[in-house]
Write a protein that binds this ligand. Structure first.
Ligand code: OAD
Length: 237
């Protein structure tokens, strides 16, 4: 294993599975038990915001009680100890990376603990329920708060920063994502096009596994800490 100058890590629901949070597309996943077109599209929110609010309000207690697992903790350690920048881009709306000690995590799909006002654009903390009667504390408008979660049909967050990171990375690691939701699924191609080594950590090969140089199969809570220790040991030699 070589030494790297810019490490970029993309995480998906699989990294939080061992913390007890359901993934989206597994047999017991969120999208198999809930109609995705009714809870995760901007059209659904426009047509029936109360239904969408209920869905995320019910999800919140489960997400907030989850604790980071060994994979989140290992990535936080890598960020602290590796001498070059280690950037985390996550599709997850939980904040388990931050709870593990990671800083500056790019939440491209938003965060469940926040809401955004569609009238003034301000983001507020939303650890308790929000609904169609919530009043924006900034512009005082009622009924315009939306979970700060990127729905299908909306633009991803932080993409300018993501593009710069991908253009300069020499190691790209994808952990626990099925690679079917774009544009995150195409980040590996961008990383490869600039010459990065590419690693995929998953339980199984994914639909875009063709773009990865290395496949590490198994539970992220085991494989990721092992890999992090190898990277840190290499750096010490
Ligand atoms: P998926 O549910 O599509 O994929 C989860 C992946 O994690 C699968 O490939 C599993 O094989 C893998 N996996 C499960 N447990 C694992 C473990 N213990 N260790 C390693 N891998 C494991 O979730 P995402 O790819 O994250 O968007 O889904 C992408 C987006 O689709 C989500 O961010 C969400 C959804 O629509 C929003 O909600 C905005």
């Amino acid at each position: 294993m070589q030494k790297y100058h810019n490490i970029v890590i993309l995480t998906g629901a699989g990294i939080s599975a061992e913390s007890g949070l359901a993934t989206f597309r597994s047999s017991n996943g969120l999208w198999n038990n809930h109609p995705v077109d009714k809870v995760a599209t901007i059209e659904a929110f426009e047509q029936n915001p109360a239904y969408v609010h209920d869905f995320y309000n019910e999800l919140k207690p489960e997400v907030f009680k989850a604790r980071p697992n060994a994979a989140h903790i290992a990535l936080a350690k890598l960020q602290k100890k590796y001498p070059s920048p280690v950037s985390i881009i996550t599709q997850n709306v939980d904040t388990l990376h931050e709870k593990a000690g990671s800083t500056h995590v790019l939440h491209i799909h938003g965060q469940i603990d926040q809401a955004v006002c569609l009238n003034c654009g301000k983001i507020i903390s939303a650890t308790s329920d929000i609904d169609t009667e919530t009043i924006c504390p900034f512009c005082q408008t009622m009924g315009m708060m939306k979970p700060n979660i990127v729905f299908f049909g909306e633009n991803l967050l932080c993409m300018d920063e993501v593009d710069i990171l991908l253009q300069h990375c020499d190691l790209f690691i994808s952990i626990g994502t099925s690679g079917v939701v774009f544009p995150a699924a195409s980040f590996v191609q961008t990383a490869k096009s600039v010459g990065a080594q590419t690693y995929e950590f998953n339980l199984e090969p994914t639909s875009n596994n063709f773009y990865f140089d290395h496949h590490i199969m198994g539970q992220a809570g085991i494989t990721v800490p092992e890999f992090v220790e190898k990277l840190l040991a290499q750096e010490e030699n």
